[in-house]
Design a protein around this ligand. Structure first.
Ligand code: NAD
Length: 523
């Protein structure tokens, strides 16, 4: 592990907003402390001007057939893939993740999203016929109309995919995008914009990046975009939702997670242990769908815990730029290291045992396994967002489900069992946006399926048909079918005679009699 004890980085967004406007953001490598570059902070006026120019670009873009839009987005994909190594290196330097993670969890899923959209967006956004019941004399269909300018505000943990995945969905749906990346990882999105601008056929103003701290994010919402997609912490999400509420801007919120992993009594010890180690320590645990708490059935608990501790001792940690033979690298953000240390202190003080890890060297935090945890400890109830896996022994799967559901968050959840049917049954009882049986993380990479949270993990969905359609407003177009008369029977004038007729009709249609039932079945 490199000696990076002196490395600290960045002011938090809160500090920056309070202390006023800094004109530049300095980006540092968390593994080494090296300054990687600087970006200017966008002023309030610049943000407004960017939204206005994006709005103009969107009008022309929305007129293109969807197939043409996605063909052009594939050019962007190709350019990203062609410059993949450049992106991987910058990502790993700026964010601290291993190069495997930059390639497989950032570049790959962005390419996959563009590919998915090129195959399916046109069909998903094609007009949908509505089958009418009573009003069969009319026809109806739904038209998916782009919203306009979508503001995307993204976090630092997966800066590339969490910014560009949503961007591609929004653009395919016919919108323009103004992106505000995290102040912790600005350079990689500046690179993405550079690649966009260098790709033929992509209007420059259609996708723009504004840089800054939380203040720039709120400036962006204040510039009245037509939709906001926010990915970040719960507390910031509430502020964003309040701003959107005041302005009546629709928003999608992708917030924190506290993914439980239920290890059933019949779980395969080796696979479950490997799943826990990968699910808990990939990206140093800084993933909204990381395994953040393990509920292990008493039948498997001890063996599973020992195997996890053994596997952790084999993990290789270090500066991602020095080797490709590394499993874990540095944490990204110094404030997050403090959060991790507080969780460990709280758990220890309440009687839990740190079985391995618990130490740091600069931004390198040793993968940590804590045994003997319970719900009095913050490590089991609050988001960790760092390399800690806490274990709790449970007497039954019902107890595990009850604990899994005892959370204010509900993003991902995992079940490990040899019995797939049981896995499904448990999955259906766990309160979460996605539940994965016998695997970790995979659902996020599936652009075909919706992703998002319940409870305080968020509102709305990204990915899949639901995610794509959320970037449109749904227009109901309703047309007469057989020609028209002078007036409809329900129009003026209202008369006593007509009232009697309607009264009979309502009873016949919806009353308790047999005619109502027969008519109801027919319609
Ligand atoms: P954060 O909430 O601190 O910041 C996220 C973004 O919001 C940043 O770009 C920040 O500058 C901006 N911001 C801050 N204050 C703002 C304001 N008042 N108005 C508008 N924008 C503002 O989150 P973070 O620390 O960057 O990311 C970590 C969090 O993100 C974790 O809680 C994690 O679980 C969550 N996350 C969720 C998902 C998901 O898909 N659900 C994915 C990744 C991360």
């Amino acid at each position: 592990m490199p000696d990076a004890t002196q490395v600290t980085r960045f002011t938090s967004s809160a500090e920056a907003t309070v202390s006023g406007v800094s004109s530049q953001i300095e980006s540092r490598n968390p593994a080494t402390g090296e300054v990687l570059g600087r970006v200017p902070v966008s002023s309030t006026e610049e943000v407004r001007a960017v939204v206005a120019s994006a709005r103009r670009a969107q009008e022309a873009w929305a007129l293109l057939p969807i197939e043409e839009r996605t063909v052009r987005l594939l050019r962007f994909r190709n350019a990203i893939v062609d410059r993949g190594e450049e992106i991987v290196e910058l990502l790993s330097q700026e964010n601290g993740k291993t190069r495997h993670e930059s390639l497989l969890f950032e570049v790959f899923p962005v390419a996959e999203v563009a590919t998915y959209l090129s195959k399916h967006a046109a069909e998903i956004l094609s007009p949908q016929r509505v089958t009418l019941g009573l009003a069969k004399y009319r026809t109806a269909y739904l038209q998916y109309v782009p919203r306009g300018v979508v503001a995307i505000i993204s976090p630092w943990n997966f800066p590339f995919v969490l910014s560009l995945g949503d961007t591609l969905f929004a653009l395919a749906a016919g919108n323009a995008v103004v992106l505000k990346p995290s102040e912790v990882t600005p350079l990689v999105l500046a690179k993405a914009k550079e690649i966009w601008d260098a790709t033929a056929g992509l209007p420059r103003d259609l996708f723009q990046v504004v840089q800054g701290y939380g203040k720039t994010g709120s400036d962006l919402i204040d510039a009245q975009p037509d939709m906001v997609v926010f990915t970040g912490g719960v507390a910031t999400g509430k502020r964003v939702a309040a701003m959107c509420g005041e302005r009546l801007i629709p928003c999608t919120l992708e917030l924190g997670g506290k993914a439980p992993l239920i290890a059933c009594e019949d779980a395969d010890i080796e696979r479950t242990a490997r799943g826990i180690v990968f699910g808990g320590f990939a990206n140093s645990g800084q993933i909204c769908i990381s395994v953040e708490r393990v509920y292990a059935h008493a039948q498997v608990h001890d063996r599973l815990l020992e195997r996890v501790v053994g596997l952790v001792s084999e993990l290789r940690q270090g500066d991602p730029m020095t080797s490709l033979d590394l499993d874990v690298s540095a944490m990204t953000f110094d404030k997050q290291v403090d959060v991790v240390e507080k969780h460990i202190a709280d758990a220890k003080q309440k009687g839990a045992v740190v079985r391995t890890g618990g130490t740091r060297k600069g931004m390198f935090f040793a993968p940590t396994v804590i045994a003997g945890c319970n719900h009095d400890m913050t490590v089991m109830t609050e988001e960790i967002f760092g390399p800690i896996v806490p274990f709790m022994k449970v007497a039954s799967e019902d107890e595990a489900i009850a604990h899994a559901n005892d959370s204010h968050l509900g993003l991902n959840a995992y079940v490990f069992t040899a019995d797939r049917e049981k896995g499904r049954r448990i999955a259906e009882r766990v309160l979460a946006g996605s539940v994965v049986v016998n695997d970790v993380f995979v659902n996020y990479a599936m652009a075909e399926a919706p992703f998002g949270g319940v409870k305080q993990s968020g509102i709305g969905r990204v990915h899949g048909p639901e995610g794509l359609r959320s970037f449109c407003h749904v227009k109901h177009v309703n047309v007469d079918r057989f020609g028209t008369m002078d007036r409809e029977p329900t129009w003026y004038p209202f008369t006593k005679g007509a009232y009697g007729g309607f009264q009979k009709a309502v009873r016949a249609l919806f009353g308790g009699g047999s005619l109502a039932k027969r008519l109801g079945d027919l319609l």
